[in-house]
Design a protein around this ligand. Structure first.
Ligand SMILES: Nc1nc2c(ncn2[C@@H]2O[C@H](COP(=O)(O)OP(=O)(O)OP(=O)(O)O)[C@@H](O)[C@H]2O)c(=O)[nH]1
Ligand SMILES: [Mg+2]
Length: 187
C-alpha cells in the first residue's frame, strides 16, 4: 500500500517520473554514479552488485527518476523482461581506461538493446557515460563511441559523454542531455 501510494504521488503532484535503466560491464562505475552522483551521497565504497539496486532520484522540481542499476555480473538476465517495461532511457557505463574490455562492452550493449520482449528499450535514448576520466589513459568519448560502434544505432538518439563518478565531472551534462531527449519526445 505504502509503496503503491509513493509511486502515485509524483503524478498526483504533476511531476513526471521516468524509469531509467543503467547497465555496463562489471566495475565500470554504475553503482558509484548512482549513489555518489545521482543520489548525491558523496564518496561511497561499493561492492560488485549482485542483482540490482533501484533508487528514486529527484532530478528537479518537475522530474523524478527511478534508476535501475543492474549488476554487470548479473546471472539473472532471463529475468530482465520483468524489470524493463516502461523504460524511458538507458545509461550505459564504460570504464574508459579498460581498453581490453571495449570489444566486450560493445557486445554486451547490443545484447541489452536486442533483448527480447523489451519493447520500450527499442527506441529509448541511449546515454553512454565514458567514465573514469579522472584516471590517466582514459579514452575520449569519441574513441568510446567508435569502439562501441554507436553510429550503427540509427533508430535511437545516443550520445557519449566523458564523466567521472568520483569527481562528478560530466554527470550533469549527461543527465541534462538525457532529460532533453525525454522531454522533446513528449512535445
Ligand atoms: N577513479 C575512478 N574510479 C571509479 C570511478 N567510478 C567508479 N570507480 C571505482 O570503480 C570500482 C567499481 O565501481 P562500481 O560503481 O562498484 O562499479 P559497477 O559498475 O557498479 O560494478 P558491478 O556492480 O560489478 O557491475 C570502485 O572501486 C569505484 O570506486 C571513476 O569515475 N573514477
Ligand atoms: Mg554495481
Amino acid at each position: 500500500m505504502g509503496a503503491s501510494l509513493s509511486h502515485l504521488l509524483p503524478s498526483l503532484l504533476g511531476k513526471k517520473e521516468y524509469r531509467i535503466l543503467m547497465w555496463g560491464l562489471f566495475n565500470s562505475g554504475k553503482t558509484t554514479i548512482l549513489y555518489s552522483q545521482l543520489k548525491n551521497l558523496g564518496p561511497v565504497d561499493t561492492v560488485s552488485t549482485i542483482g540490482f539496486n533501484v533508487e528514486s532520484v529527484t532530478y528537479n522540481r518537475d522530474v523524478d527518476l527511478v534508476v535501475w542499476d543492474l549488476g554487470g555480473r548479473d546471472k539473472l538476465r532471463p529475468m530482465w523482461g520483468h524489470y524493463f517495461s516502461d523504460t524511458a532511457a538507458i545509461i550505459y557505463v564504460v570504464d574508459s581506461t579498460n581498453i581490453d574490455r571495449l570489444d566486450n562492452a560493445a557486445f554486451e550493449l547490443r545484447y541489452l538493446l536486442d533483448f527480447e520482449g523489451v519493447r520500450d528499450v527499442r527506441t529509448a535514448p541511449l546515454l553512454v557515460f565514458a567514465n573514469k576520466q579522472d584516471l590517466e589513459g582514459a579514452k575520449t568519448p569519441e574513441e568510446i563511441s567508435e569502439a562501441l560502434k554507436l553510429d550503427e544505432f540509427r533508430n535511437r538518439e545516443w550520445k557519449a559523454i566523458a564523466c567521472s563518478a568520483v569527481d562528478g565531472s560530466g554527470i550533469a551534462e549527461g543527465m541534462g542531455w538525457l532529460m532533453q531527449c525525454l522531454q522533446s519526445k513528449e512535445t
